[in-house]
Design a protein around this ligand. Structure first.
Ligand SMILES: Cc1cc2nc3c(=O)[nH]c(=O)nc-3n(C[C@H](O)[C@H](O)[C@H](O)COP(=O)(O)OP(=O)(O)OC[C@H]3O[C@@H](n4cnc5c(N)ncnc54)[C@H](O)[C@@H]3O)c2cc1C
Length: 428
């Protein structure tokens, strides 16, 4: 996609392209197709794991690190380059075009790091951020619990202060990529007597501690990428509480803002690519002559374009807010848009694949085709990072300023709505 982003950004694009050309180890792009998702349908791709174990990958990683191109969106004083969303998007495009990996640090880069940058002390930033950049600390997200998902402020995992330590005990669930993590950022209850939003703390805990165990949960794709975790009295220093004791809700809101809106600026790039792959598939099986298919594809493309403009809008509001700008409630618009779009896109893809989509390929385990992965995987998008209903609530109340929806706990207000029917117009 060509965006006219002005001469400064075009110069940046040229620099990025030449840097990649000069530094990407020869043969790196040929090790695997880095431009596809690494975990389709929740299954890690074996070819990507093998390619990441190759010395050329380590060489590339080291070159990116010395050029500060790992976590490049983080401010320069914390090891990044302070790249804004436009530059990050351009950089992603250039990596993509060269067929080389971007080398991301997962939730460490996108969620915990930005939260530590905003709410951590200087000592916490100095300790935790470099460990994310070098790949030593790999995080998973311990927010949801068996009885607390949407009602995140109700979490019950305890963080009890004991001298200069906190002792964490509880159960977390739906923890993506838990098996790969050695650290968890967990939202815990540190003051059970305080109102629920006020008694929480954001704790970084070692996930490899012998007092942590977990069990994988099988998803409908057959993959088992997320887990239920049992934390039984893990001790961490108070130093590992980010944002201060009982201030965890504010930190969690920063995390969720990044989770919902962070990728919105560039998300259309992958969706556009996937869209054209589907058009190609439709051409191959002769479906592009079908007016209903054409209509669905046109609708999907409208969705991609809308995501692009929503991303640009998020970018404009972050740029206007300056370096300390964080995604606000408009992040929910982006999250709602991409997740609902992708669920619909998965249905269109399955329709185009036709009867073939009903049959899983032969092979060991429980293999799925690419379009089956899109269909099955996209259904989770309207659940994780806050369901679509929760996003609509945030947009209504926090972005549009509509009156708060009454909850089961709020006192009943007498209705102010007057019946519009006159005498005799209602039921007898
Ligand atoms: C693939 C996947 C990966 C995930 N990864 C992680 C992870 O890494 N870490 C983590 O902590 N969590 C993770 N989650 C959990 C996810 O955040 C929760 O599933 C989600 O917040 C919903 O919570 P719940 O499942 O408890 O559903 P509930 O909160 O019980 O919701 C059930 C239904 O009620 C609706 N509902 C609830 N409250 C309201 C309301 N106030 N207004 C209107 N409707 C409402 C919901 O929209 C939903 O339809 C993941 C989930 C999935 C599917």
């Amino acid at each position: 996609m060509d965006l006219d982003l002005g001469p400064e950004i075009e110069a940046f694009r040229g620099e990025a392209r030449s840097w990649i050309g000069a530094n990407a180890p020869e043969g790196l792009a040929e090790l695997t197709d880095w431009t596809l998702g690494y975990t389709p349908g929740g299954y890690p791709r074996a070819d990507v794991s093998a390619a990441m174990a190759h010395p050329k990958y380590a060489q590339w990683e080291a070159r990116l690190a010395s050029a500060r191109l790992i976590c490049p969106g983080w401010p320069a004083e914390f090891g990044g380059q302070g790249m804004d969303g436009v530059r990050l998007a351009v950089l992603d495009e250039e990596f993509h075009a060269a067929g080389v990996p971007r080398v991301r640090r997962g939730m460490g880069e996108s969620l915990v790091g930005p939260s530590i940058i905003v709410h951590g002390t200087d000592a916490q930033r100095a300790y935790f951020l470099p460990r994310i950049i070098c790949g030593e600390d790999v995080y998973c997200q311990g927010f949801s619990e068996p009885d607390h998902g949407s009602d995140l402020a109700g979490v019950q995992t305890r963080a009890e202060v004991d001298g200069d330590e906190v002792v964490v005990t509880g159960t977390k669930v739906w923890t993506s990529y838990a098996a790969r993590a050695n650290m968890m950022f967990a939202l815990c209850r540190s003051d059970p007597g305080a109102p629920k939003h006020a008694g929480l703390s954001f704790v970084l805990l070692p996930f490899t501690d012998p007092k942590v165990s977990y069990r994988p949960i099988r998803q409908m794709s057959g993959a088992e990428e997320f887990c239920e975790d049992f934390i039984d009295g893990v001790r961490v220093p108070l130093f590992n509480v980010i944002g201060g004791l009982n201030n965890g809700w504010r930190v969690a809101m920063t995390t969720l803002g990044h989770e919902r809106g962070g990728a919105a600026i560039v998300s259309h790039l992958n969706y556009e690519r996937e869209f054209w792959e589907l058009v190609e598939a439709a051409r191959k099986n002769g479906k592009t002559a079908d007016p209903l298919v054409r209509q669905e594809l046109a609708r999907a493309y409208t969705g991609v374009a809308a995501m692009r403009f929503t991303g640009l809008r998020s970018l404009a509001s972050m740029a206007a807010a300056g370096p300390a700008g964080q995604p606000g409630p408009e992040a929910s618009v982006a999250k709602l848009m991409w997740s609902e779009y992708h669920k619909r896109f998965g249905e269109i893809a399955i329709g185009i694949a036709g009867a073939d989509a009903l049959v899983r390929p032969d092979g060991p385990g429980y293999p799925t085709t690419g379009w089956q992965n899109v269909f099955l995987g996209s259904r989770a998008g309207t659940i994780f990072s806050g369901t679509s209903e929760i996003q609509r609530g945030i947009i209504g109340e926090r972005a549009l300023g509509l009156p708060k929806e009454p909850s089961a706990n709020s006192p009943r207000q007498p209705s102010t709505i007057k019946p519009s029917f006159g005498k005799g117009a209602g039921p007898a």
